[in-house]
Design a protein around this ligand. Sequence first.
Ligand code: HEM
Length: 519
Amino acid sequence: MAILSFIENIDLLTLLVLVSLGLATYVAQFYFSYFTRKNPLPGPVPWPIIGVWEDDVAMANKFQEKYGDIWEVWKWSERHVWIGRADLATKLLNPSYSNNNFPSRTTKNEGLDLMDMTSKGVVFNLDWDSWNFNRKCVNRVLNSPKFLRQSIVCTQNLFTEMEKYWLSLGLDKEIDLAKWMSRFMMDSTLIMMTNKNFYALANYYDTFSNSSCSNHLSKDSERFVAGIRTHFMACVFFKDTPKYQRRFFPNLRRRSKELLEEVAWLNREVLKIIRERKQEIDRTQLEDELSSDMLTMLLNLNTSRDLNRESAAKPIIEDDIRAIIYDIIGGGSDTTSNSFCYVVYYLSHYHEVRKVMLKELETVLGNDPITYEKLQKLHYCDAMIKEVLRIMPTVSVVFRVNSKPDEIDGHHFESSTIFMISLPGIHMHNAHWDNPQKFDPQRFMDKNIEGNILIPFGGGTRICPGKQLSMLQIKALLALLYSKYEVELVDMNAPIKYCSTTVNHCTELMIKIRLRSEI
Ligand code: HEM
């Protein structure tokens, strides 16, 4: 009662004094805890509640220069430990399954739980045994020569389709390669995954052309592709937006609801595709060959059709397949399309490198069709792509979380510490590279690179399972584009345009192409 009557009789000035006192106490307590925290590392001093406001991926190089190769950044109330030198990342990139203290890339996350991502699939799966089983299945399919061969055929077919659109728009037109490649890789990944075309390229072409080439195609495909993009946005939103903000800020509450509805719709659509394919497989005779798309291959693993079946292993369940579909589309489409754009950008600026690459394409491929075996012989292309991904890594940070307390470089870390490995930090470190700023593919020719000094695909147990596939796809695209066309940037003086986040998105790459035969 006394408190109530005090509140009723309070005047504005007293209220302001009390609020200010409350805030001052909170801030004093916050900084007291911060400056007396256990096992401190150097790093920018955080603001109360929000932590460090700057985008830490964009700031990583600046922070590394200022604070050294291991530093900490606070986001909201979460501590992120950043690492920018390969030897400090050794434990984090441990290749062992059985003895690994850094098994996952996120802490327990209520937002990702809501999306049903933390116990399914691979990318956000926190259940180590479930991840291990799913990961073995993904590795078996993605690295099988049958699947890789099919992926090259798919790349060739889609390139022919894209070329047809470019020719119809006219070769005098400027092409925004970033936008075309984003649609190209979306189509390519969905076809390789499901053996179904969702016409992202055709729909993009329609935005330029009066003669709608896809008006006979189902609008459902457009909705599906949009749904996939929304799913990725939802992952980022639910992973990074704390629960209380999603509950109490009306706009965030509305956004959560919309995203969850869209994700539920997409889940139903994807499950429909999985079930239809399962029925098709059941209707096919055992001796008849099935298609080499990832969905069919995943559904067949550890069944009576699987010749390499491990005796005790069970088939993979449909909810895990659904999550893997998202993981593969999310992990495989934008990464490869952006990487290809960065390769084209560097080739346009380094004419000597382009000349050596063209020579290699001519010698190894000649006028023959592109094959899996021949693409593996493109050693200079391989070195050149590695050098582009060293200087311009498409993924700029790799995450890890420790399951037990651990020590790195004499610093103690409690369990569930979030570690961020800075790829630009390692790729440009003077301790690992001679003249790191120099673009020089030769540094990878006939040389083994040891330690984790080149990690565009991450490392250890959770290394990217699509590494082989994406290198083959980029080489196939280089062969298809450069053997027929001369490629030029529209503005040679413009710096590369990209938006720096965990994945560096190429926002625009304007090129002009001319037929080599007409030069
Ligand atoms: C140039 C293209 C690509 C780049 C630069 C790239 C890069 C990466 C990186 C840095 C990681 C994190 C690895 C780690 O934590 O150590 C990763 C994970 C992953 N990538 Fe890729 N990737 C590419 C292409 C692909 C493709 C084509 C696919 C699939 C078709 C794919 C599927 C995945 C998956 C599923 C994971 C999660 C693996 C796990 O958690 O076990 N990626 N990728």
